[in-house]
Design a protein around this ligand. Structure first.
Ligand SMILES: NC(=O)C1=CN([C@@H]2O[C@H](COP(=O)(O)OP(=O)(O)OC[C@H]3O[C@@H](n4cnc5c(N)ncnc54)[C@H](O)[C@@H]3O)[C@@H](O)[C@H]2O)C=CC1
Ligand SMILES: CC(=O)C(C)=O
Length: 257
């Protein structure tokens, strides 16, 4: 009889870091639920993950009910629930003097509320199933240092760090670990957008802001989704069982804590 695979849900799994994490967790032997608000891209991503059960769930992580429903569907269709990856996030480049209420809300809706709903839904499901589990969220080096022009984004990622510590303490007795990964400069669409917005605001040439950040990396190259996925694989696996409340920097050498 085939053994039941462990089940992981990855939000923002249609592309970028989330897709890199999904690819790695599939190689690690997980059955996967990919969640994203971009349905077309999500279906294509899921179709490319050929080695195991994968379901695609189109949902917006800002909607609490949708996140809870996604976790329910993952359990019902994949036969369990073990790991929650709160990866979906958005960036925003705006000088702090000009950030509007709507802009502040938009970033916090996704990066903070989305993570809170993910923590709640996963912890409730682990408890209902009577076992522990791992909750892993996307923070950033911007959860450890403030970066000019990224005020709302940095505030949202500092919040993820706080939530990770709080949830780790509140759920430890239930056998649930809660950690976060803190990448540096990853060459995804998010950074293409950040670079373009810096160019618009500062007059820098296209690509110049990205190149300047990459130049400051000790290991001398930008980060890939696979670099991030290696850390997430560890956080999702048994070797991190004694680790909780940590926001681990993986940035090639930019921020030292
Ligand atoms: N790219 C980078 O350099 C870094 C990224 N991060 C964080 O890693 C995570 C992933 O980033 P990337 O892959 O670079 O971003 P990306 O922009 O390439 O991909 C993000 C994915 O999340 C999805 N998404 C956005 N809002 C959503 C919502 N409300 N509901 C459901 N899905 C939603 C998008 O549709 C997209 O598929 C984010 O939380 C980001 O803040 C952290 C540090 C560095
Ligand atoms: C997008 C992001 O988190 C940084 C620090 O670049």
């Amino acid at each position: 009889m085939a053994t039941q695979k462990k089940v992981a849900l990855v939000t923002g799994g249609a592309k970028g870091i989330g897709l890199g994490i999904a690819e790695r967790l599939q190689r690690d032997g997980f059955a996967l639920a990919l969640v994203d608000m971009n349905g077309a891209q999500l279906e294509a991503a899921a179709a490319g993950l050929r080695d195991g059960p994968v379901i695609a769930i189109t949902a917006d992580v800002t909607q609490r009910d949708a996140v809870f429903a996604a976790v329910d569907r993952a359990e019902a269709e994949l036969g369990g629930f073990d790991v929650m990856i709160n990866n979906a996030g958005i960036a925003q480049v705006q000088p702090i003097a000009e950030i509007t209420e709507a802009e502040l809300d938009q970033v916090h809706e996704v990066n903070v509320k989305g993570v809170v709903w993910g923590i709640q839904a996963a912890a409730a499901k682990f408890k209902a199933r009577g076992h522990g589990g791992s909750i892993i969220s996307a923070a950033s080096i911007a959860a450890h240092d403030g970066y000019a022009m990224l005020g709302a984004y940095c505030a949202s990622k500092f919040a993820v760090r706080a939530l990770t510590q709080v949830a780790a303490k509140e759920f430890a007795a239930d056998g649930i670990t809660v950690n976060a990964y803190c990448p540096g400069i990853v060459g995804t669409d998010m950074w293409t957008e950040i670079d373009a917005r810096f160019a618009e605001l500062t007059g820098a040439a296209k690509g110049a802001t990205y190149d300047a950040f990459v130049k400051s990396i000790a290991l001398g190259r930008s980060e890939t989704p696979e670099d991030v996925a290696g850390l997430v694989s560890f956080l999702a696996g048994p070797d991190s069982a004694y680790m909780t409340g940590q926001c681990v920097i993986i940035d090639g050498g930019m921020v030292y804590r």
